[in-house]
Design a binder for this molecule. Structure first.
Ligand code: AMP
Length: 421
């Protein structure tokens, strides 16, 4: 075949039929789960003012100093957004969304742009989904934010992940810590890698991220942020860990986790997958309590995370997870009814189930029990309620877990309770 004259830019991919179905399914899943957590979708333009991104993400970060796509047109400076948080915070301020009252909970899905060196799992146009919980500094929001992140991977079936968390404190603690790092690394400068030597001047925190072999032993012995946190930040971190424990979300404390963006305060976290190879970060996030004020808005403590969609799809490929298959239509309950009385009972009890938010259906035609069970399987029912003469007499019904093939006899109310919880 002749080489095409025009091709996509390096690190920017077409998503073709065959692949696009996975994207659609994943997006549907994200919309569905976000609604369960009461997040509202927000969509912002792919271009923002340069100054917004520089001030938010930080001039000395890799993203702004090396990876930003920018151009000027007349008086205006544009950047292709490299991440989703600064645009959402900008939108929140611009449209006074704080005035809707209470905590604002947003989610987004969309393309981001960074001029990185392309490799597996690292693109120049990639896609993220993420959430922002704005207007609360409470550790409960941190726990809920992390819980939603884990929940998505759980629903998809990516369970073998490691959650790493740390606290990077408030700006004053961080400045003291930066100074301590500078004092520690300066006499060791000659032993540091070239990248880290540069970082020492501009952003010593980033040395902690270094993957260079010569830096590792020096980093191991470096001062730790935990020793510089003020009591409020320390207390907040303790609360977050406690709540994660209560939610039974396992985590590892990683004192070297600092994240690459300037706007973070306090909680920082990352979700890692051993199934991904070198680019093993599935998602990351943290608190950014000062960002809204920093860019001209009201004081708005907030927390969020962003997750890479391509990396999630790579992990699914590794694990042979079929995302469209996950969304195959499913009904919660199929009522298998025998005889005329059974059918009447079924018809009367369907609305009761539906009122509890349970999806339910039945057979209309008085078919055999075997035919009804087959239909329940075809419809992917999670449970069946079997209603025959005996059941009606005793007012207890056979409740069958279709996947586990287990049955128990229960009154109707207990069945509802079981399905709803
Ligand atoms: P960050 O905004 O850098 O914290 O990234 C959040 C998540 O987005 C990462 O954990 C990755 O899953 C994903 N991500 C970041 N940069 C890229 C990239 N260049 N290509 C693909 N995915 C990325």
């Amino acid at each position: 075949m002749a080489q095409a004259k025009y091709t996509t830019h390096q690190g920017m991919n077409d998503i073709l039929p065959g692949e696009v179905e996975k994207w659609q399914a994943l997006e549907r899943l994200i919309h569905r789960e976000a609604r369960k957590f009461n997040f509202e979708e927000i969509r912002t333009p792919v271009m923002e003012q340069t100054e917004l991104v520089v001030r938010s993400v930080g001039r000395e970060t890799d993203i702004v100093s090396k990876e930003i796509y920018s151009f000027t047109r007349g008086e205006d400076n544009y950047v292709l957004r490299p991440e989703g948080t600064a645009p959402v915070v900008r939108s929140y301020i611009q449209h006074h969304l704080d005035q809707r009252g209470g905590t604002q909970k947003f989610y987004y899905i969309g393309p981001m742009f960074r001029a990185e060196r392309p490799q597996k799992g690292r693109l120049r146009q990639f896609h993220q989904f993420g959430i922002e919980i704005m207007g609360t500094g409470n550790a409960v929001a941190d726990a809920e934010c992390i819980a939603f992140m884990i929940h998505i991977y759980d629903v998809v079936g990516i369970k073998n992940t490691t959650l790493k968390i740390n606290s990077i404190g408030d700006p004053a603690s961080r400045d003291n810590y930066k100074q301590a790092l500078t004092d520690y690394f300066t006499p060791l400068k000659d032993k540091l890698s070239e990248v880290s030597r540069k970082r020492l001047e501009k952003n010593p925190l980033r040395i902690l991220d270094s993957k260079e072999a010569e830096d590792r032993p020096l980093v191991e012995n470096a001062p730790r942020i935990a020793d510089f946190l003020n009591p409020e930040s320390k207390n907040h971190f303790e609360q977050v860990k406690l709540l994660l424990g209560e939610l039974e979300i396992p985590f590892e404390e990683d004192p070297l986790l600092v994240r690459g963006l300037d706007y973070y305060t306090r909680t920082a976290f990352e979700l890692i997958s051993p199934d991904l190879g070198a680019q093993d970060a599935l998602a990351g996030g943290g608190r950014y309590d000062l960002l809204a004020e920093e860019i001209g808005g009201p004081s708005t403590p907030a927390i969020g995370f962003a997750a890479g969609i391509e990396r999630l799809l790579l992990a699914c490929e590794e694990l042979e997870i079929d995302i469209p298959g996950l969304l195959a239509d499913q009904v919660d309950i199929y009522i298998v009814s025998l005889g005329e009385e059974g059918r009447k009972w079924a018809l009367k009890h369907l609305p009761k189930l539906r009122r509890h938010g349970v999806s339910a259906t039945m057979d209309y035609d008085g078919r055999s029990m075997k035919a009804q069970m087959k239909d329940a399987n075809r419809k992917n029912a999670r449970f069946a309620i079997i209603v025959g003469e005996n059941e009606l007499k005793e007012n207890r019904f056979t409740f069958r877990d279709m996947e586990a093939s287990e049955e128990i006899s229960l009154p109707f109310d207990s069945i509802v309770e079981k399905v709803v919880t």
